[in-house]
Design a protein around this ligand. Sequence first.
Ligand SMILES: Cc1ncc(COP(=O)(O)O)c(C=O)c1O
Length: 480
Amino acid sequence: MYLELDGSGPLHGQLTRALKGAMSSGSVHAGMRLPPSRLLARELGVSRNTVLAAYEQLRAEGFLDGRVGSGSFVAPLPQGARKDVGEPATAEPQSRYARRGRRFHDHAKVPGLPIPGVRHAFQYGVPLTHPAITTAWARALSQAAQYTSPFYPMTRGLPALREAVCDYLVRRRGIAATPEDVLIVSGTQQAIALTARVLLDPGERAAIEEPHYFALRTGLLVHGAELYPVSVDEDGLRCEELPQPAPKLVCVTPSHQFPSGAVLSLPRRMALLEYARKHGSWIFEDDYDGEFRYDGKPVPALRSLDDSGRVVYVGSFSKVMFPALRMAYLLMPPSLREDFVNAKWMDDFGCAAIEQAAMAGFISSGAFERHLRRSALTLRERRGILLKGLRACGRGRLEISDSHAGMHLVVWLRNASQAQGDELIEHARSRGLGLYSIAPLFIRPPARAGLLMGFAGLSPTEIEQALATFAESLDAVLPV
Ligand SMILES: Cc1ncc(COP(=O)(O)O)c(C=O)c1O
């Protein structure tokens, strides 16, 4: 395979760019199988780890399909233009659900998708990937494949994985749960769908944070929920703004508010739990991004403070491993267990057993937490470089939100309108840098412009290169 590396930055980054270039030029086309890593490494004269890292990055960004070990296939289209939904709909929608789906969702306009043709991007939602985790996971998968029962798995999840999740939660998140509480689901997205089905009839209200995780908003709207946005400040959700009469469901990201990064303060946690108890509301706790904390004391999960059994807790493996896994765990309140397991059975009978067995082994062998510790160090370094660079080039024009966890920073452009923010994004794009506006994560976007800057997918050198372009664009669009 002929690929030209541009000689800039780490080799795996060069190879990732070269492969993306080949995909956008069409010389590598959808459905094509990329050469095995060993072979490509030999052809290019690079190490196999370099090729594995590039493949892993492309897989995480949606440019490749296929699992480790079974070949890497080029995905139908780069995700920016990807239409997983098939042909454009022409006929009338056949149900209210389908009508809402068309109204509230457009696959090509999901915020945060890769930006085609750029050299670097501060893309958020991209996990940290490295070859060691791929190799360890491939080993865990192949071992699991030999020993997994060929029959239908338990709907609520393999006992070994549910136990491993409980051990992990008590150690890392201070949550005491039993395997009976745990439902293994295929990602937070399925947890949202099941929670909506179990708790909300179409037309009923759910409160969500403003700003919020866009896929939560879409999932609830397409389910038929009516949304009530509640604003967020530096202490997280402003509980005093929760409405009366109370909504049936309140959805929060307390350990690291998405996207602002605020941590829900302890008094607000207690106020929210009291509100739910008093009004009979349910809380959906998306414990997103909390694994990677850089400073500040961890605050106990809402679920660990909940005496009234009102919290549905969800943790995902998407960011701590990779999103292609499609695996998460949900802690069911005791009174809803039967309904959640029923809903999961109706959906898919249960998650794939081999992956569950592999994950159980991965957690109980200690490999998972080793990976978390190592990733946290790498992420801390990348975050530090980004922060330092932004402080250096900001010169009074940037306001960086105070956040101590996660894989992105929220950066507001001082005294800049949305139009100027868009101009900055366009200027940077024309110079090969992808930037992401925070506006799509609001129902009512604020007047000022803000960016979400993800740092997990860029090496330190790449962050520095991207910052140089960012500084140029900032000077051009918002001169000091
Ligand atoms: C707030 C939030 N929760 C959860 C997730 C993960 O979702 P899933 O587990 O469906 O991959 C994301 C992904 O970006 C997110 O932003």
